[in-house]
Structure formats: C-alpha cells, structure tokens
Write a protein that binds this ligand. Structure first.
Ligand SMILES: [Zn+2]
Length: 374
C-alpha cells in the first residue's frame, strides 16, 4: 500500500538547539511563554505505537528525535522545502512529522502516528525490502540505513537549497589511522569518515575500557617506503569530533551455530571525555560538519577535545536473540529528566535507575557535545 501524504495538522516551526527537549513539554519545564507546564504533561503523546514488531524502529526514532542539532536540521529542511517537497516521500519530512505528532497538543491520533511510521518503513524499504515485513529487525542496521537514506535525499535537497545542511553531518567525524614504522619510526596516516563507532565490549566493564580497547595500538604488516621495514604499529585516533557521538556496542556475535548475545554488564558514564583519544600528531580537532556548513543557523561553540559528551539516549535490546526480543529506549530531555520509552508507553525515570537497569542490555548510546559553559 502506498502511503498517503500527511495531513497539515500542525504548523512546523524551527526549534532552537537549546529548546526544551525539542519542544516537548515535560515535568518542570517552561513553555515558550515561560509558564510552568507541569499540568500539561502528557507522556502518552510522546509514545509511538507498535505497528507490528516495530519496536526496533520506535526505539531508534525516540533516541534520534531527542538530539537538538539533528532535529533542527530535520525541521529546517521540511520548512524550507515545504512548497513542493512536503510530500511524505522523503525521510526528512517523515521524521519531522514523527516528532511533531509526539508533541502534547498535536492532536495526532494513534492511527495517524501509525500512518507516519508505516511511511518511514516504506521509505526504508526502497533500500531494503525486508522493512516491508512486520518482522523484528536489528536497530543498529536500521540506524545505518536511515542515516544513509538521509544522505541520499540530501544530494537532492542541497541542489534545491544552497544552505542545506545534512542532519547526519552532526554525527560525522574523521577517524585517523596512524602507522609508525617499527624500524625507522616514519609516521603516516589516513582518515575515514564515520557517523558512529562500533565497539567491542571489554571484560573490564566500563565504556572507557571499551574505547581504550578499540583505540589500542597493534602491530600490522606494512612495507615502509623509507627503510623497507615490514611492520608498523597502528593506532586509531579521532581526527575530528562529532557534535553527536553514537556508539554501537557489539552485543551480537556471529557463531557457526547462530548469533550469540553478550549480556556482559557495562558501566555507562553520563558524561564522556574523548580528550585522550584525540591524537597530538594529527591536526587539532574541529567540527567535521563545518566542512559543508555554508551558513550556520545558530552560534555554536566549535567541537574540541576540551569539551565533553552528555549521554542523551540509550537504546537497549531485551531478550536473548538478535531478531527477537524487544527494543526500548531511555532518553534525556534538555531539563535533565529521563524518560523511559517502551513503544507507546512513556514514563519518567532517573538517570541512576536508567544506567543501572540498562547495564546489560544497552546496545546504542547517544551522546551530545557540551562545554562547561552549557
Ligand atoms: Zn621504516
């Protein structure tokens, strides 16, 4: 069934990057007029209905749509291209619509939300037909496909709007691979674009240990052009830093008999520094998004290794098997409140409770760059 264009039930407006939970009215938050909105809390509105084993999609969307910079570009594109690109046939518009439909007071019904979510799946199915089925899929793979589709659409949108900035660019960073010849010490490097980082789960049990393991130097075969040496030490370093850091924890291992899930416990820090993982012998870290950022829409601090990353979302997989079980998300609103999202059910929680309960099931982590002044 082809999806129908969205109804114009809301009036999209740009969000400032520091708006409260991207427009969501949450306990203890202030409305645009500064009025206390405690009485207007409608957590039910924040939920997304399950349209048939679609928890992998809901949990991913709930984590993505709480990222201020990502959301800002999503909404801006929809508004600036509203004249003839407002149809449901692009993911930018769909994600914008998902977000607005989850706002208290949007008036969006469950049926309407279901229609948008089916459209998202339909668009993703253009890349991989498995999303047409009502079957459980891997949330990490979905995230990769979704970011890829946004990039593909961006190639069209940039032609229409010279100020177009891909929402994905805020997640991107350059990773440098530095080779040092073990014989003469000659150093060379190359860098690759990433929009998330996949990490092995170390036995030590902290996220910093996982990162240290990933960035540990190793000896590789290498023909040195300087001394004809045959080996080099290789280490990975951040060459640029993203504004949004997405970490994928490799909980699923493919074995001859199937896929094994690692339920190893992991200590997840609410704040994360990457300063020790940025190399001194590569150029200073700068925001990768600035490379294709012709007209900044707001004043931002540059992303440097002196800042830190604030945890804003955890996507967790519950259950023992990759293509079964259940996905849920926990998201941090701008006012610091944590919300537990289980498809359409949303409840208020605390950071300590979230970190404790997701230690063995966290699968994707979403961190947002901050400076001490923010
Ligand atoms: Zn050499």
């Amino acid at each position: 069934m082809r999806p129908q264009p969205f109804q114009d039930h809301s009036s999209p407006r740009p969000q400032s990057p520091d708006s409260d939970a991207q427009g969501q009215i949450l306990p203890g938050s202030q409305s645009d007029t500064g009025t206390e909105c405690r009485d207007l809390v409608n957590l039910e509105a924040l939920g997304l209905p399950n349209i048939g084993n679609s928890c992998f999609l809901n949990a991913t969307l709930q984590c993505l749509l709480v990222l201020p910079v990502f959301l800002q570009e999503i909404h801006r594109q929809r508004i600036e291209n509203l004249s003839w690109l407002s149809s449901c046939y692009n993911l930018h518009s769909c994600l914008s619509e998902v977000h607005y439909s989850c706002q208290p007071g949007s008036g969006a019904t469950e049926e309407y939300k279901e229609q948008i979510l089916r459209t998202v799946k339909y668009l993703l199915a253009c890349q991989d037909r498995k999303y047409l089925q009502d079957s459980q899929q891997d949330a990490h793979e979905l995230l990769v496909n979704m970011l890829c589709l946004l990039r593909v659409e961006g190639r069209v949108l940039v032609e229409l709007n010279q100020g177009y900035i891909s929402p994905v660019s805020h997640l991107e960073f350059l990773m440098a691979s530095v080779l040092s010849c073990t014989s003469c010490g000659r150093t060379s490097s190359n860098s690759e674009d990433y929009n998330h980082l996949s990490l092995d789960i170390s036995p030590e049990g902290t996220l910093q240990d996982c990162l240290a393991l990933n960035f540990k130097s190793c000896v590789v075969d290498f023909r040195c052009p300087n001394c004809d040496g045959l080996q080099a030490s290789r280490r990975e370093q951040f060459h640029t830093l993203p504004r949004v850091l997405v970490l994928h924890l490799k909980r699923f291992r493919h074995r001859r008999w199937g896929v094994q899930k690692l339920k190893r416990s992991l200590l997840i820090p609410p704040k994360l520094s990457l300063s020790t993982l940025c190399g001194d012998d590569v150029p200073p870290c700068t925001a990768s998004y600035q490379r294709n950022r012709p007209s900044p829409t707001w004043t931002e601090d540059p992303v440097t290794s002196s800042g830190y990353y604030q945890l804003t979302g955890i996507l967790s997989h519950l259950g023992g098997f990759m293509l079964s079980g259940h996905y849920v998300s926990d998201i941090r609103a701008a006012n610091g409140k944590w919300l537990r999202c289980n498809d359409s059910m949303v409840s208020v929680s605390s950071e300590a409770s979230v970190l404790r309960s997701r230690a063995r099931s966290a699968y994707l982590l979403f961190y947002v760059y901050r400076t001490e002044t923010q």
